[in-house]
Design a protein around this ligand. Structure first.
Ligand code: NAD
Ligand code: UDP
Length: 371
C-alpha cells in the first residue's frame, strides 16, 4: 500500500501556545505541519513534547519570519501548500510601551511571509487575528460585521494585517485567505504535555489563576467589580485551545477545498465573568482561590463574547468544551509543569536537539531542527 502524502502546512510561531496545539490537531487531521519559530517567546522543550504526543518526527526550523528568503526556503523544502501565521508579539500593555517593536514584528512579519509565499507559489494563508480589533463593542454578541475600532498598538497591528490580506486578495484572487478572530484562548492539551507558558507575571486571567492555585502567587487581583455585568466583574468569551486548534484545521480544510476567503470569529458564544472563572477553577482544582477586588485595568472593556454562527455555517466548526473543561485542563497542565517548560525533564537544549534533529537520509522533506 502506498503511503498517503500529507500536505505540508507551515506554522510560523508554531512552537508557541496556540501553534503547538494546532500542530497536534493538524497531525491528527492528516497534515504534515512544519514549525518555523525563533523561540523568542517559546521553549524548545515543546518540540520534544510534540514528538511524544504525535509519535512522529517534529519538523522545525529555527529562524525569524522577517527573513524572507529563509521563509521561502522553508516553504520550498517542505513543499507547503498553506501557511498559518501565528508568529508575533501579543502583550497589549507591552505594545503601548514598545509600539515600533510590535509594528515591526507583527506587520513586518506578515509582509515577509506573504512575499515568501508569493515567490514560492503558495497562496493559501490563515491569519491569527484577535477579537481585540473590535475595541469596545456597542452590544454583544459580536458579529464579524461589527465595526473595527482597535485601541492598542497590538490591536492596530492585527487590523493592519487584516487590511494587507484584503488588499492582496483584491489584487490577486488566487490568494485564499482565512482570517480568524480569536476570543480568549485558555486551557491546555488534556495530556498535560503542552500548555501556556507565560514568562514573568502573567497578564492574562487564566494563567494568573493557575499560579495562585499552585501557590506561586498569593491572591488574584480582580480588576474592577463595578462593571455593568451580572456580578460586576469583566465578562469574556473563553475558548479551549484545543477547540481553537480544531478551528485552524477547519479553516485550512475549507480554504483548500473551495477558494473562498473568509473572516470569522472563533469563540464559544458564551460569556463568563472573572468570578465565574474563579469559581470554575475552584471546582476543577478543589482549591480555594484567594482574590481581592482592585481598580479597573486601563483599557479593559466590560464584556465581550462572540456570535459564532458564521464559523459554524462556513467552516462547520463549533466549540465543544465548556469553562469547566478549560479549568480542568489548565490545572492539569499547571500541576504537571509548575515551571512551564523550564526545568522540565532536565533536558538540555543540546541533548534535545540531538534527540529530534536526526534527518532521515535521502528524505528531502526532513530537515534538521535548528535549535
Ligand atoms: P505565543 O507567544 O505563545 O506564540 C507566538 C510564537 O511566535 C512564539 O513561539 C514566538 O517565539 C514566535 N515568534 C514571535 N516572533 C517571531 C518571529 N519574528 N519569527 C519567528 N517566530 C516568532 O503566542 P500565542 O498565544 O500562541 O499566539 C499566537 C498568535 O495568536 C499571535 O499572533 C497572537 O497575537 C494571536 N492571538 C493570541 C491570543 C491569545 O490570547 N493567546 C488571542 C488572540 C490572538
Ligand atoms: N483580569 C483580572 N485579573 C487579572 C487578569 C485579568 O481581573 O490578573 C480580568 C480582566 O480585567 C478581564 C478578564 O480578567 O476582565 C480577562 O482578562 P485577560 O487579560 O485574560 O483577557 P482580555 O482582557 O485581554 O480579554
Amino acid at each position: 500500500m502506498t503511503k498517503k502524502i500529507e500536505p505540508g502546512v507551515l506554522l510560523t510561531g508554531g512552537a508557541g501556545y496556540i501553534g503547538s496545539h494546532t500542530f497536534v490537531a493538524l497531525v491528527e487531521a492528516g497534515y504534515q505541519p512544519v514549525i518555523l519559530d525563533d523561540f523568542s517567546n517559546s521553549h524548545p522543550v515543546v518540540l520534544q513534547r510534540l514528538q511524544q504526543l504525535t509519535d512522529r518526527d517534529v519538523l522545525c526550523e529555527r529562524g525569524n519570519v522577517l527573513d524572507t528568503s529563509f521563509v521561502a526556503g522553508v516553504l520550498r523544502r517542505h513543499r507547503c501548500v498553506a501557511a498559518i501565521h501565528f508568529a508575533g508579539f501579543k502583550a497589549v500593555g507591552e505594545s503601548v510601551q514598545r509600539p515600533l517593536m510590535y509594528y515591526s514584528n507583527n506587520v513586518g512579519g506578515l509582509l515577509s511571509l506573504l512575499q515568501a509565499m508569493e515567490t514560492t507559489d503558495c497562496r493559501t494563508v490563515v491569519f491569527s487575528s484577535s477579537a481585540t480589533v473590535y475595541g469596545d463593542p456597542a452590544t454583544v454578541p459580536i458579529t464579524e460585521q461589527f465595526p473595527c475600532a482597535p485601541e492598542s498598538p497590538y490591536a492596530h497591528t492585527k487590523l493592519m494585517c487584516e487590511n494587507i490580506l484584503a488588499s492582496l486578495r483584491t489584487s490577486d484572487p488566487s490568494w485564499r485567505v482565512g482570517v480568524l478572530r480569536y476570543f480568549n484562548p485558555v486551557g491546555a492539551h488534556p495530556s498535560g504535555l503542552i500548555g501556556e507558558d507565560p514568562s514573568g507575571i502573567p497578564n492574562n486571567l487564566m494563567p494568573y489563576v493557575t499560579q495562585v492555585a499552585v501557590g506561586k502567587r498569593s491572591s488574584l487581583n480582580v480588576f474592577g467589580n463595578d462593571y455593568p455585568t451580572p456580578d460586576g466583574t469583566g465578562v469574556r468569551d473563553y475558548l479551549h485551545v484545543t477547540d481553537l486548534a480544531a478551528g485552524h484545521v477547519a479553516a485550512v480544510d475549507a480554504l483548500l477545498a473551495n477558494a473562498q476567503s473568509f473572516t470569522v470569529n472563533l469563540g464559544t458564544g458564551e460569556g463568563t465573568s472573572v468570578l465565574g472563572v474563579v469559581r470554575a477553577f475552584e471546582r476543577a482544582s478543589g482549591r480555594t482561590i484567594p482574590f481581592e477586588f482592585g481598580p479597573r485595568r486601563a483599557g479593559d472593556v466590560a464584556q465581550y463574547f462572540a456570535d459564532v454562527s458564521l464559523a459554524d455555517s462556513l467552516l462547520g466548526w463549533r466549540a465543544t468544551c465548556n469553562i469547566d473543561d478549560m479549568c480542568r485542563d489548565s490545572w492539569h497542565w499547571q500541576q504537571r509543569n509548575p515551571d512551564g517548560y523550564r526545568n522540565s525533564s532536565g533536558i538540555s537544549l543540546n541533548q534535545q536537539s540531538g534527540d529530534l534533529a536526526q534527518p532521515k537520509p535521502n528524505d528531502p522533506l526532513l530537515s534538521p531542527i535548528g535549535i
